[in-house]
Design a protein around this ligand. Structure first.
Ligand SMILES: Cc1ncc(COP(=O)(O)O)c(C=O)c1O
Length: 392
């Protein structure tokens, strides 16, 4: 079978090998501790599940407009106003099959062959591959560990070329948990405005910040920022709804129309039932979000403190999301291991703990550990990682 050149450029997910291995071990009856998954361990709050049942009973089981039902768009518009002080109209908003689909459609709608997208490293795995699938060129910009994995304004300005079409910012970040301040966002956004570079702001972890620092939406920084920015968001992380597949995007009306046209020929609408559930998520009680956030904060503090005690591992406290991006360079050296993938694979084989190697996120001296799992599992994981890194 001769596959397209386009698809041959796409790298298989580095995480797949580990995930497949972890699954095989689990299926074989092994007690694997999974710190790989990017999803909360909590079930979706009950009132959201009830809303989905009600929607089915009410017959909302048919096609909807490709860009989503009007009542969900209204709920999204109210959410932007409530949480981010942003004003959008229905033609500036679109519902998608998860935030991942919003990003995919966005790159398809925005990029011509050779157009560059500046992506800070470490980055979320799919950005780079999605840009390539759209014919674009990912331009990686290093967020240095000593700067909390954040990029600087001068580095961004230096990376912009005539071909730069977009700059992607993800705050709070997956995998590092870094949260940019208002001043930092103002300066980064200014570079993009001055050079007419579209800002893609992935704000999917906006409600998962533990440092007391506020989440600032890039689009909220003034009219120029609002006009230049496309916001990506969704209900997956905030409401523990990863399986429901509802994301959303807000920005320029022509762009949203183009993205909606793409959806109308590919996925059609996101699941009708999940759309009704998402209304309940956005408009219903927000206490479950606070409960999850409190639990994540406790787990984060436990995991970081425990990792800091381990030889060969260093980890700083992430401000948001639900991952610790730990530096394993010393441990790799001590164990004569060459790559983060090999380190992760050995940890899984020898101690049955699944983590994601940093190579999936563009750095090869780290691993990502998700703390979206129970304290019990985290305690078990730490004990095992300790055995793994201890060199007698
Ligand atoms: C930074 C970031 N953006 C987007 C997504 C996609 O989320 P979903 O497609 O589940 O809405 C994820 C999920 O892991 C993510 O971590």
């Amino acid at each position: 079978m001769q596959l397209s050149k386009r698809v041959q450029q796409v790298a298989p997910s580095v995480t797949l090998t580990i995930t497949a291995m972890a699954r095989a071990l689990k299926d074989g009856g092994k007690d694997v501790v999974g710190l790989g998954a990017g999803e909360p361990d909590f079930n979706t709050p009950q009132h959201i599940i009830e809303a989905a049942i009600q929607a089915m009973n009410a017959g909302h089981t048919k096609y909807t407009p490709a860009s989503g039902i009007a009542s969900l768009k209204e709920a999204i518009i109210r959410k932007f106003h409530r949480d981010n002080r942003l004003q959008y109209t229905a033609n500036q908003v679109m519902v998608t099959v998860g935030a991942k689909h919003a990003l995919y459609n966005l790159f398809q709608a925005l990029l011509d062959p050779g157009d560059e997208v500046i992506i800070p490293t470490p980055y979320w795995v799919s950005y780079v591959e999605q840009v390539k699938l759209a014919g674009g060129v990912p331009v990686l910009l290093e967020g240095k560990e000593e700067d909390g994995f954040k990029i600087s304004t001068s580095d961004l300005a230096a990376a912009v070329t005539e071909r730069t079409k977009a700059f992607l910012i993800n705050s709070p970040s997956n995998p590092t948990g870094a949260v940019y301040t208002k001043e930092e966002l103002t300066d980064l956004g200014r570079v993009c405005i001055d050079q007419n570079v579209t800002i893609i702001s992935d704000e999917i972890y906006e409600h998962l910040i533990y440092s007391g620092q506020p989440h600032i939406s890039m689009a909220s920084l003034g009219e120029e920022y609002y006009n230049q920015t496309v916001i990506i968001n969704g209900v997956s992380k905030t409401y523990s709804m990863t399986g429901w597949r509802i994301g959303y995007v807000a920005g320029n009306a022509d762009l949203i129309q183009a993205m909606s046209n793409i959806s109308s020929h590919s996925t059609s609408n996101p699941a009708s039932i999940a759309q009704y559930a998402a209304i309940a998520a956005l408009e219903g009680p927000q206490e479950p979000v606070a409960t999850m956030r409190t639990a994540f904060a406790q787990r984060r503090d436990f995991l970081v403190a425990a990792l800091q005690q381990l030889p060969g591992i260093s980890a700083s406290t992430p401000a948001g999301a639900f991952y610790v991006y730990a530096n394993i360079a010393e441990s790799m050296k001590a164990k004569s291991i060459k790559t983060s993938a090999e380190w992760a694979q050995k940890l899984l084989e020898e101690e049955l703990v699944a983590v994601v190697p940093g190579s999936a996120f563009g750095t090869d001296e780290h691993v990502r550990l998700s703390y979206a799992t129970s304290m019990e599992q985290l305690e078990k994981a730490v004990e095992r990682i300790k055995r793994f890194v201890d060199i007698q």
